[in-house]
Design a protein around this ligand. Sequence first.
Ligand code: SF4
Length: 207
Amino acid sequence: MTIFYKFEGKLYINITNGCPCDCVFCIRKNGDSITDNDSLWLEHEPTFEEITSAFDNYDKAGMTEAVFCGYGEPTVRADMLLKTAEYIKSNSDLKIRLNTNGLVRLIHKGFDIGQFKGVIDSVSISLNAPNAKRYNEVTRPNENISAGAFDEMLKFAEDMKKLGIKTGFTVVDVISKDEIAECEKISEKLGIPLRVRHYVTDNESYT
Ligand code: SF4
């Protein structure tokens, strides 16, 4: 079971295959893993003991950053994410990044993102589209969270930035150039940098 794996010199963390979205570009549609790592489909959601044991036994030589990402949305297991991040902080010098859809407060009503302060060093949030209509077409959140998802994702980004967490947006170039330009305007308005990712189907890059 692959809980930790190496990608582009960083330690990636795979704690869940759960996700309330179905993004049109989701890497999970294209295979079982990325590069030459083992399958990222988990036999079961790992326990804290399984996660810490896997972390302790992983050769982290030369790595400087751990990234919650994997084959799912890490905040689906928000409490486990926090516990794991705290463990990594206490047992290594790794910086911690969270790659997320930014919908944790819709997934877990009332979740206090203040808990991320001092635990998560940086966050990369999938902006995905320049407006709510296109967001729901590209991200395809399930019906329990689709209402207001775009606005909540933006608010999450602003709130994470206010907490002092280094915050960035990403879009994948499955949207048009004009739409990417609109996303750049949102990024400038909120003072949150945007990274445009190239859509790949061969699983060579997905961060
Ligand atoms: S939020 Fe992430 S894991 Fe979920 S469907 Fe989109 S790309 Fe895939």
